[in-house]
Design a protein around this ligand. Structure first.
Ligand SMILES: [Zn+2]
Ligand SMILES: [Zn+2]
Length: 409
């Protein structure tokens, strides 16, 4: 095994193969060849990596793909928890090292301003203890749920209302449960839908539901972006202190000056759409505040067809596919690389731009972060093997499926 964390950033190659093995979330995972620190992941789970240094390939090999564990290029997720940061926090690239490192290899980061064109689209800031596991944002309750008190839903409803005009929110690590490595860091950019309700109805994972008990109401999110490198408000973004987080614990802090300052500091910062935290494919953003019971609002067949058509239009026409190819080239030294199988060529005609969540929620402009560059075979695979024409196979699954046969060492 020649690749190790000791190499310079440019020595790190994207890992392309993995071998399946057994692993359950919560298991104590020991690696031969790691310096013995505990590596904390965002949800408080601890992994012990013992011994000498170990390569990312080795980590991937040992975590393996199994129930609840997903591997795709550059990322390791366990039940939606991005474990890549176990890498980042130890030997990985630091906050400003965007260009290299496996955690960044999966997709091109696009600019914050490509998603949030102006401060007017940014609602504000919410303090959170970690990164999203599911596409929801949870709030505490001030009213009494049992008494059917309207106040129970107040914060979530207000947020859903504001989202009509200003759909985007920044999450920043803060509060009692946040781990030290996330405190004061901008973690995610999220897009808020109009759907809100009891957290227990909107969150699927029972363990997460339990953990969120003290935040009993939630709004559904339609897009979650990682803010690459989790920039620190003070060290990386130049804020004098963490005052933008005042009053951001229970509700959304939406002071205009803070919003303008955050937007200006982040406008060129790279962000990446999180493909592991998408709303259900049949979820529909109601486009206005809507209280949900045990069911979220769903797409009708007609809407599904229309959105599928819009997505195919976006794949075929206009400036976006061109821009997506340009970005792909830029990060691959002038060549185009299929994001699912790593097929490489210099001829742009051999690649398609594929829309990542055709039927996902809401009416909106498609932007370049919604497109993946695929070779024709992977593109066909994604559409042919999807559950329906509206639900293409996610790119990371195309990768896993297409690499299994080829994963020889
Ligand atoms: Zn391919
Ligand atoms: Zn497609």
């Amino acid at each position: 095994m020649s690749d190790s964390f000791e190499g310079a950033a440019s020595d790190r190659r994207p890992v392309q193969n993995y071998v399946e093995m057994g692993f359950s979330p919560g298991d104590r995972v020991e690696f031969e060849g790691f310096p013995g620190e505990d590596i904390r992941v965002a949800d408080g789970r601890t992994f012990d990596w013992l011994g000498r240094k170990v390569s990312l390939l080795e980590i991937r090999r040992q975590l393996g793909a199994r129930q609840g564990v997903e591997l795709f290029r550059g990322r390791i997720t366990v039940e939606g928890q991005d474990l890549s940061l176990a890498y980042d926090d130890t030997y990985g690239p630091k906050a400003n090292d965007h260009a290299s490192g496996p955690a960044q290899a999966a997709r091109a980061a696009i600019r914050f301003a490509d998603v949030v064109p102006s401060p007017a689209a940014l609602m504000g800031v919410k303090a959170v203890w970690g990164k999203s596991n599911e596409p929801v944002m949870c709030f505490g309750s001030r009213g009494d749920a049992k008494a059917k008190d309207r106040g129970h839903f107040q914060q979530a409803r207000l947020t859903a209302e504001k989202a009509i005009e200003r759909p985007f929110l920044l999450t920043i690590g803060g509060g009692e449960q946040v781990t030290a490595d996330f405190r004061g860091r901008v973690l995610e950019l999220v897009r808020v839908s109009g759907a809100y309700g009891e957290t227990s109805a909107l969150v699927h994972d029972p363990i997460l539901r339990e953990r969120l008990a003290q935040w009993p109401v939630a709004v559904m999110l339609t897009e979650v972006y990682r803010v690459v490198g989790d920039p620190h408000l003070i060290e990386d973004l130049g804020f004098p202190d963490r005052r933008v987080l005042e009053n951001a614990y229970d509700s959304v802090r939406s002071n205009d000056e803070d919003i303008a300052a955050l937007w200006a500091a982040l406008k060129d910062w790279p962000v990446e759409l999180r493909l592991d935290v998408l709303p259900p494919t049949d979820f529909r953003d109601p486009g206005k505040p809507q209280l949900c019971g045990s069911l979220y609002p769903k797409l009708t067949a007609t809407e599904g067809k229309r959105r599928y058509r819009l997505a195919r239009e976006a794949e075929r026409h206009g400036a976006l596919p061109k821009e997506a190819k340009r970005l792909n080239r830029e990060r691959n030294g002038g060549l185009l690389v299929c994001e699912a199988c790593d097929f490489t060529d210099e001829d742009g005609k051999l690649f398609d731009a594929h829309h990542l969540f055709p039927v996902a929620a809401g009416e909106r402009e498609t932007h370049v972060g919604h497109l993946a560059i695929l070779c024709p075979t992977c593109h066909r695979w994604a559409h042919a093997k999807g559950a329906s024409i509206y639900e293409p196979v996610p790119v990371e699954r195309v990768r896993a499926a297409r690499s299994t046969g080829a994963a020889a060492e």
